[in-house]
Design a binder for this molecule. Structure first.
Ligand SMILES: *[C@@H]1O[C@H](CO)[C@@H](O)[C@H](O)[C@H]1NC(C)=O
Ligand SMILES: *[C@@H]1O[C@H](CO)[C@@H](O)[C@H](O)[C@H]1NC(C)=O
Ligand SMILES: *[C@@H]1O[C@H](CO)[C@@H](O)[C@H](O)[C@H]1NC(C)=O
Ligand SMILES: *[C@@H]1O[C@H](CO)[C@@H](O)[C@H](O)[C@H]1NC(C)=O
Length: 490
């Protein structure tokens, strides 16, 4: 059952009340407020001309102490391992949470309650999301010998007839080979055994393999999982049917089985596979983006947005993709709140819904909030793992980059002072295309695609110390940018 808007609204009012009440009794003044008089002196001095590099360095440099306090608390202090413990509790309790599922509703309710209990202002923003269900599925090779093939159907795939599809197999290694051998494809199950080059390049086989094969008459497709490493693990993901092309069932098989089928085919063996898939696309479901805030004391309408997505695939625990990104975004707000800090601008953690179906929650959010685009200072997303942080990736003007170069210098205590070009994130891309500065987390991700979209995406791949470092980085960057006198130049 979906959370009702009115229910959410009352809960919001209560949490707002508690937040204001707690802020009032704690009686601490935010450091940024205490810094004010010297800050306005700087502003007056630098008002006539554009801020020079030494001005920026001096202003950002004044945050070295506060950055150290955030890092200290996250990595060594009272908040050590907290984001990891929260992630474990969340993913162990709720499990995976695919778009449209009851688990995703439970996940949203869980995070809403948990962040509210943490003393943040929390609210939900409604979104209609796709509802695809996998159903029962299986595949086996029946000729030249009987062998079960591990599969995962791809998001949005149609089903086979109930009795399945049994057909001879054509194995190709590329779209180009498929084109050359188009005359052999009619009535066949096309198997793609494309080599893994990079996720970005290779994912087009998962995304468009079915339609490309259907164009030349194939009856189904089995696609080598998009991963550089496998222990017979199939990896799922979204796929897109091209308009005007017949929709045929499509699933990923393991690297091992794709190579096996290819070797048999190369040796001119006849191969027959039987595929059964019970996938269904149901009417769109009600869901929410989950939003938690620390409101800015001076310019509350101006926003630094931190984010990860709350939905996952329907396998594993969705701990890495993207539980980690969601949890460090919450953790960053917790750290700042714990230290009694409150920046000039609003810090807003957004836990997106239905990212895996093509950033559905984020698109809705952009549509609704773009009227205030001039108030979005920086949009951040972590969706490539929360392993050891290596650098901050940034998209923005040269002038903004100069500011961010100073900001990452504050991360010297955790050795992550590198600023790289090109922020990434499905959910922040529209903002960046529209000119809002964006940031994402570059982590030691060499193993990321080993687990991605598979049963292997569990808490076991997460490390508490790495999550501490990611949380510290996320919190320092968000806090400092939200508290600087000026928004980042566009
Ligand atoms: C800075 O300049 C703006 C106009 O560009 C003016 O409105 C503002 O009062 C000035 N602020 C200070 C502190 O001099
Ligand atoms: C945090 O995790 C590390 C690694 O598992 C462990 O050594 C350490 O004792 C933990 N600290 C706390 C406070 O739980
Ligand atoms: C845009 O900003 C204004 C002023 O802060 C606010 O009243 C309004 O609700 C915002 N619009 C959205 C869609 O958030
Ligand atoms: C940063 O690097 C220094 C020197 O290599 C090392 O001593 C220190 O432990 C590192 N700090 C962290 C938080 O990894």
């Amino acid at each position: 059952m979906a959370l009702e808007g009115s229910q959410a609204c009352c809960l919001l009012r209560l949490s707002l009340f508690l937040f204001l009440f707690l802020s009032a009794v704690s009686g601490s003044h935010p450091p940024s407020e205490r810094l004010m008089s010297s800050a306005s002196a700087i502003r007056a001095a630098s008002n006539q001309t554009k801020k020079t590099a030494p001005d920026v360095a001096a202003e950002v440099g004044r945050y070295a102490d506060v950055a150290k306090r955030i890092i200290e608390r996250a990595v060594f202090g009272a908040a050590q391992n907290r984001s990891y413990r929260r992630l474990a509790d969340f993913t162990d309790t709720v499990g995976n949470r695919v778009s449209g599922s009851q688990n995703l509703e439970r996940a949203i309710r869980y995070m809403y309650d948990a962040m509210k209990q943490d003393g943040l202002e929390v609210h939900l923003e409604p979104v209609k999301i796709p509802h695809w269900v996998r159903g029962k599925e299986s595949a086996e090779m029946v000729v030249p010998r009987a062998k079960t093939l591990a599969i995962l159907g791809l998001g949005s795939s149609v089903a086979t007839p109930p009795e399945g599809i049994e057909a001879e197999v054509l194995v190709v290694q590329s779209f180009e080979e498929l084109k050359r051998r188009a005359s052999e494809a009619a009535g066949r199950i096309v198997v793609f055994n494309q080599p893994f080059i990079s996720y970005g390049e290779t994912v087009s086989y998962r995304a468009f393999g079915a339609s490309e094969a259907a164009r030349v008459g194939a009856v189904a497709t089995l696609i080598r999982s998009v991963t550089p490493f496998s222990i017979n693990s199939p990896h799922t993901g979204w796929q897109t049917y091209r308009d005007g092309v017949k929709r045929i069932p499509t699933a990923c098989i393991t690297v091992e089985d794709a190579e096996l089928l290819w070797r048999l085919a190369r040796n001119k063996q006849k191969i027959v596979v039987r595929l059964v898939m019970g996938a269904q696309t149901l009417p769109d479901a009600d869901s929410f983006n989950t939003v938690a805030e620390i409101r800015g004391w001076q310019r509350p309408e101006q926003v630094v947005l931190l984010s990860g997505h709350l939905d996952s695939w329907d396998v594993g625990q969705g701990a890495m993709d993207d539980g980690g990104g969601a949890l460090i975004s919450w953790e960053a707000l917790s750290l700042i709140k714990d230290l009694g800090l409150r920046p000039r601008r609003t810090l807003r953690a957004v836990l997106w819904t239905a990212e895996e179906q093509g950033g559905v929650g984020a698109q809705q959010y952009f549509k609704l909030h773009k009227e205030n685009i001039s108030n979005f200072d920086l949009v951040m997303e972590s969706d490539l793992g929360t392993f050891t942080p290596m650098a901050l990736q940034f998209t923005g003007s040269d002038a903004a980059r100069k500011v961010m170069e100073e900001v990452v210098n504050l991360l010297a205590p955790i050795n992550t002072t590198k600023l790289e070009a090109g922020a990434e994130g499905t959910d922040i891309s529209q903002w960046m295309q529209a000119g809002v500065p964006g940031a994402s987390l570059h982590v030691a991700d060499s193993r990321y695609f080993w687990f991605h979209h598979s049963e292997g995406d569990t808490m076991t791949v997460q490390d508490p110390h790495d999550m501490n470092l990611c949380s510290a980085l996320w919190a320092v960057v968000a806090y400092v940018v939200a508290d600087l006198q000026d928004m980042l130049p566009r």
